[in-house]
Design a binder for this molecule. Structure first.
Ligand code: 2X7
Ligand code: FE2
Length: 301
């Protein structure tokens, strides 16, 4: 068996507004559109994914929060309705998804070997979070690949951003070992926004784009700084400034997803592909990917 590999790493924000704006048949709410810059960027990245040969999507989500250890989905199928607790008016999504349990178990095993507390989620009634569903739907609307979802252990809250970084690095390296041993080709997804201060009142029509803008200028400047570093292949530097960036912009990087993905990918020094940046209820959202293949990596935006 040949060595498994990561064929792509995606930064895939998950405001449920984006699924709402698409009006897929799985979602019960109806919209008149909105947030096109992000949705069109996602559509372009989804087309790239269709050209890549891969076996599974492995996604790290901040909205499955676990306080004791890191958990992995551990049954072959999860089917239910996922309702966003904050935006039930926008997101009531009927899902039926397949899990690569073999890969999830291999990651669980390597994670335990690295000394991290970890558990498989075997409850058939477990409701999959909207972060997983939104990012996976927008990257692969046909849902024709199995997924592995990884929970976010709340290290930043229990300890500090620095502890979160150490744990996320160890988790990323453990997942990489499992992928290599599995012989599979895997797409990694780090599901989150960048800056995360947001409005606390909703416009009468949520998709009214005349009401959408970044929450404040300083978090916009921080986001642009980070995205510039993505473009320039400075991921080591991004990891270094992550505690300060996260604190200054209350970024959703606090859950550890980006560090996990970068550690698994050996902290890339090549440029990221950028597919778009837009605010959703004032938060900063960037769609980006890291393509380890020199021949297919593009300058997108
Ligand atoms: O989970 C989210 C988010 N990260 C950003 C914006 C809006 C809603 O939900
Ligand atoms: Fe979120």
């Amino acid at each position: 068996m040949s060595k498994g590999e990561i064929v792509l790493g995606c930064l895939a924000p998950h405001p449920p507004h984006l699924v709402y704006a698409e009006n897929p048949p799985q979602n019960e709410a109806f919209s008149e559109g909105g947030w096109e810059t992000l949705r069109w960027g996602y559509a372009k990245l989804a087309r790239k994914l269709k050209t890549i040969d891969y076996d599974a999507i492995v996604i790290f989500t901040p909205h499955w929060q676990t306080y004791i250890g890191t958990h992995f989905l551990g049954l072959p199928e999860f089917k239910s309705k996922s309702v966003d607790p904050v935006f039930p008016n926008l997101f009531r999504y009927n899902y039926d998804l397949k899990v690569d349990v073999e890969l999830a178990e291999a990651m669980h095993e390597e994670t335990a070997k690295a000394g991290i507390i970890t558990k498989m989620m075997r409850n058939p009634d477990f409701r999959v979070d909207y972060g997983t569903i939104t990012s996976c739907h927008l990257l692969n609307p046909s849902w024709d690949k199995p997924i592995v979802t990884i929970s976010s252990n709340r290290n930043s809250h229990y300890y500090s951003n620095e502890v979160m970084i150490e744990q996320a690095k160890a988790l990323g390296e453990a997942c990489m070992k499992a992928i290599e041993k599995s012989g599979k080709k895997v797409v990694l997804v780090s599901s989150h926004s960048l800056s995360h201060r947001h409005f606390v009142t909703e416009a009468p029509l949520p998709e009214d784009m005349s009401r959408e803008h970044i929450y404040n200028h300083s978090q916009y400047v921080w986001d642009m700084k980070i995205i510039d570093m993505f473009r320039n292949g400075q991921m080591k530097e991004v990891v270094d400034i992550m505690p300060e960036y996260t604190e200054q912009t209350i970024a959703e990087t606090e859950a550890g997803g980006l560090i996990w993905m970068m550690a698994a990918m050996g902290v890339p020094s090549y440029p990221a592909e950028i597919y778009g940046y837009q605010s959703v209820i004032g938060t900063g959202n960037c769609i980006a990917c890291w393509d380890p293949n020199n021949e297919t990596r593009e300058l997108v935006l």
